[in-house]
Design a protein around this ligand. Structure first.
Ligand code: DLL
Length: 433
């Protein structure tokens, strides 16, 4: 099923014409209403009227997270404050929160995009949607909530936490769709099992999982354990929240990006030039319809690539392959670049390991060292030490062979790694403390 048939299947030519029209209006609007952009356009020597084709976007200035911080909290608004009906913020790990504002139309568009997303995931108005993303300043909870209501589904606003109770509500209310981070879905699953509730016996059939990087191996593990389809959803608060892109259940191959509302580019983070078609780089997003806080060429730091080949679901929106990770999360271990999700893929191909892991980075002299801590399952845990040691050696060898990184592997007992109710903490960086 497709929620907005006319828009989501627009021939690319028409879609690009729509994008160009919106891009031109956007440039006029930010130039007239946001001092920061007027200055940035002037410094780059570009005027709104210079934008004549979509490719001309490359002459426009970038926006970085730091720009949002510098104008904290409302300095990048393009409308009078009275027109702003909602504020969200992402805390991040360092520095000030980044704030985003929404007009009523922004909230409506977001709800529509989330309804499209849930439809792409295979949900419909008859579904019971359990929203376990956090409600509050984080965009996950309210984003999924408004979309589920727009869809006409029954929405259960559980938010994060109280995991044991959640498991019972999931069973008692007969939820068919679960929205949360992939890592939290596992926590919920395990807690439910302990309480004698097996997801496989429930009507649950779809997971809408995102807000953190996860691998295809993790998806397979989740799908097999829970007996559901696990769908990857992408988004970020600066741009909107969840629903910037989502996989379709038909292909489960890359997240369709909402191209009528956003313009996507992939750049080389060093040269800041566009990469070649289909090449990997940093995703850059321009909001085409946002009223309250439109952003021009926002540098997401998310590393991915785009595919424009037709999809069997019929949508014409481009697809973004799984985000490997954020460039800020990329580890450089003795000169080799590695994303946590690449290590995750290797771990999950090994029998007896669980999807609970952490990467500890330390510095010895001038060299960074990496220790991979991963929980084993109960069965393996009861095995003799020698067998476990052999396994550690084997994983170490695989990591070296496939990723070129030397890592120390430590198997730890079940539940040794801290659980999170939202985004999992995969990297423990002890270098700067
Ligand atoms: O995480 C919005 C969201 C909520 C998305 C619920 C999906 C579901 P932020 O807290 O601002 O917003 O974090 C955004 O999370 O730049 C990516 O690095 C990462 N991220 C989000 N979705 C995915 C995904 C929300 N599916 C940052 N795969 C983004 C990989 C993701 N990374």
């Amino acid at each position: 099923m497709i929620f907005d048939m006319d828009i989501e299947t627009l021939p690319r030519e028409d879609l690009e014409a729509l994008q160009l029209k919106r891009l031109k209006t956007l440039c006029e609007r930010v130039y007239a209403n946001v001092a920061f952009y007027r200055r940035a356009f002037d410094e780059a020597g570009v005027k709104p009227a210079d934008i004549k084709s979509l490719a001309d976007v490359r002459y426009l200035p970038f926006t970085e997270k730091q720009d949002l911080r510098n104008h904290y909290p409302f300095g990048l608004f393009a409308v009078p404050k009275d027109n702003v009906v909602r504020i969200h913020a992402s805390s991040g790990t360092t520095g000030k929160a980044t704030v985003s504002g929404y007009t009523q139309r922004d909230v409506n568009n977001w709800a529509t995009m989330m309804a499209r997303s849930l439809t792409a995931a295979g949900a419909g108005r008859r579904d019971i949607i359990h929203v376990a993303y956090g409600y509050g300043l984080f965009t996950g909870g309210l984003g999924a909530h408004y979309g589920a209501e727009r869809l006409g589904a029954t929405t259960i606003p559980v938010s994060g936490g109280g995991t044991r109770r959640q498991a019972m509500l999931l069973r008692d209310f007969g939820a068919t769709v679960l929205c949360c981070t992939p890592s939290y879905s596992l926590v919920l699953y395990e807690t439910a099992l302990e309480a004698g509730i097996d997801f496989k016996d429930l009507p649950l059939r779809i997971g809408v999982f995102g807000a953190e990087p996860w691998s295809d191996e993790m998806r397979r593990d989740i799908e097999a354990k829970m007996g559901i389809k696990a769908i990857d959803i992408y988004g970020l608060s600066e741009i909107m929240g969840p629903g910037v892109g989502i996989e379709c259940v038909e292909a489960q191959h890359g997240a369709h990006l909402q191209e009528d509302h956003f313009l996507f580019e992939v750049i080389d983070p060093e040269t800041k030039e566009p990469v070649g078609p289909g090449e990997v780089g940093e995703l850059v997003i321009t909001t085409l319809t946002k009223e309250a806080q439109p952003l021009i060429r926002y540098r997401t730091r998310d590393v991915t690539r785009l595919e424009y080949t037709p999809c069997k679901c019929g949508r014409t929106f481009a697809r973004m392959v799984r985000v490997q990770g954020r460039s800020d999360d990329m580890l450089i271990i003795r000169g080799v670049n590695v994303f946590p999700s690449q290590i995750e893929s290797i771990l999950l191909e090994t029998e007896g390991l669980t999807p609970h892991y952490q990467l500890v980075v330390e510095r010895e002299g001038n060299l960074d060292t990496l220790t991979v801590q991963v929980e084993v399952d109960e069965k393996l845990f009861s095995d003799e030490i020698r067998k476990l040691q052999r396994l550690e050696g084997k994983i170490q060898k695989n990591i070296k062979e496939f990723l070129g990184v030397t890592a120390l592997v430590k198997l730890v007992e079940p539940r040794a790694i801290q659980r999170s109710e939202g985004k999992a903490k995969r990297i423990v960086d002890l270098r700067h403390v």
